[in-house]
Design a protein around this ligand. Structure first.
Ligand code: MN
Length: 476
């Protein structure tokens, strides 16, 4: 037995770690089964350790994505060293710098029946509280193993996680008259992000399908926090200012970074927070058809509060009070969501109404005018438009709201997009406009639309790359 635990002991400093040293095991003969444990191990990468009692020790595999509940879904299993029997109940903190540093707790335990136990294939029936069923562990041609469920799905009605869900959008409007029929949320001014969380692995997707996972690395901790859960969340990535208000301008400096090292550096100065406001899929089941109120109840049950994510509660009724409060705090506005409404992916639905304190609008940049005076070698104003029946209609000039930094960013983008002719259909910007390919989307705040369809007093808030220029239409 000392031999079987040699690798275990060599890897560890048993004076430092709280893990058991292991006795001599007793050397019982091969059994037809025994006890098992699955530990959730928050090490450098979250994984689950499956351990089967066998001849006085614990045969062990690390499962990066946990135990599959469905026979179609084989998951990786990495054979690890045998562990002492005392490990069946081990929970605790393995200190930093030690082998397997991190916290470990028992995720499931029980007995198992053994059908086959060979060097390259093991077939067992697990009888735990969370996991039940017949499983095969088998070595592939490489040195890795896979774990496969041999029984029918644990949850026969479970469906595979959808790869994408297009976010539902809101219509602009006044406060609804039937106040009690609505829930209200702050309108978070940032970037819309749908998060897939799959047993510790997080993927962040923007409105136009862009993978934002590398861009907001601090949100990945959400996977660790949710453990073995599998779900899809909807929310907004925001950068908060000193007063805790979301600032689209602040978020700008996190939006156009090329390298992971630049992202890492900037994340220290300007961290982001993922504000979660909806739950779209949970443990094998779509929640889209559930009423908003019920989706919200399930979301609250997840207790999402972390260093870079949270799910602020909505309010039912009293929209006026929340709108007033949002105005006092100089926030963009609120969103009213019909309590009995389902989630409509990709649709701009009347069940969601954004009620704004000040007008804001996404616009397509179609050109710019050269600067004068202090901005002589820079840009004077952006010439912007919105789509109307598939054509870009000129909507005015945006000449304020820039910082030295945004001027530089915008100008370098514009230079690479210059073209001879105007992208605008119909009414044209001033004669000295330099035209560009209509690929950049800017966010502006403004006072109102004039009768001619021009933005009055628009101010630049930033460029956004999560919205397709073809989708930019007038919101009012
Ligand atoms: Mn482990």
């Amino acid at each position: 037995m000392a031999d079987r635990l040699r690798a275990y002991r060599v890897k560890r400093d048993l004076d430092r770690t709280p893990e058991p040293a292991g006795g001599d095991g007793g050397g019982r003969p091969a059994e037809s089964g025994g006890r098992f444990v699955i530990q959730e191990h928050h090490a450098s990468h979250l994984h689950w350790d499956l351990r089967l009692e066998r001849e006085g020790a614990l045969a062990s595999w690390a499962l990066p994505k946990g135990v599959p509940g469905h026979p179609d879904e084989n998951r990786l299993a990495v054979r690890t060293e045998d562990h002492p029997l005392e490990y069946l109940s081990f929970e605790g903190e393995i200190p930093k710098g030690s082998y397997g540093a991190g916290t470990m707790h028992v995720w499931d335990r029980g007995d198992y029946e053994c059908e086959k136990f060979r060097d390259d294939e093991v077939i067992v029936t697990l009888k735990g509280e969370r996991v039940g069923g017949r499983y095969a562990l088998f070595q592939t041609r490489g040195k890795n193993w896979m774990i496969h469920r041999m029984d029918p799905p644990a949850d026969p009605t479970a469906e595979p996680m959808p790869e994408t869900v297009a976010p539902m959008l809101a219509k602009l409007g006044p406060l609804p008259a039937d106040d009690d029929a609505f829930g209200y949320e702050i309108k978070w001014d940032g970037v819309r992000v749908v998060a897939h969380v799959d047993a510790g692995h997080v993927t962040l997707t923007g409105r136009n399908g862009t993978d934002f996972t590398p861009r907001y690395p601090e949100v990945r901790g959400l996977g660790d926090a949710l453990g073995s859960r599998r779900l899809i969340l909807d929310g907004e990535v925001v950068a908060l200012d000193g007063q805790g208000r979301p600032s689209f301008e602040r978020l700008q400096s996190r939006m156009h970074l090329a390298s992971p090292s630049a992202v890492k550096r900037r994340a220290r100065d300007i961290p982001v927070t993922y504000i979660v406001f909806d739950l779209l899929w949970l443990e094998g089941h779509s929640t889209l058809a559930l009423p908003y109120r019920e989706r919200r109840r399930l979301l609250a049950g997840l207790e999402l509060v972390g260093p870079a994510w949270r799910a602020p509660a909505h309010r039912e009724g009293e929209g006026r009070a929340l709108l007033d409060a949002s105005k006092q705090q100089d926030l963009e506005g609120i969103v009213a969501k019909r309590l009995d409404s389902p989630y409509e992916p990709g649709r701009r639905s009347a069940a969601w109404i954004k009620v704004k304190n000040h007008a804001a609008q996404d616009v397509v940049v179609g050109g710019y005018t050269p600067g004068e005076g202090g901005r002589a070698r820079s840009l004077g104003a952006l010439c912007v438009g919105v789509q109307e029946d598939g054509r870009l209609k000129y909507a005015g000039k945006v000449g304020t709201g820039f910082t030295q930094h945004t001027l530089g960013t915008v100008l370098s983008e514009l230079h690479s997009l210059e073209r001879e002719d105007s992208p605008f259909d119909g009414r044209q910007p001033p004669r000295d406009t330099r035209f560009v390919e209509p690929r950049l989307v800017a966010r502006v705040e403004f006072r109102e639309w004039t009768r001619a369809g021009t933005l009055r007093a628009p101010a630049f808030k930033g460029l956004r790359d999560d919205v397709d220029p073809a989708d930019v239409v007038r919101e009012t």
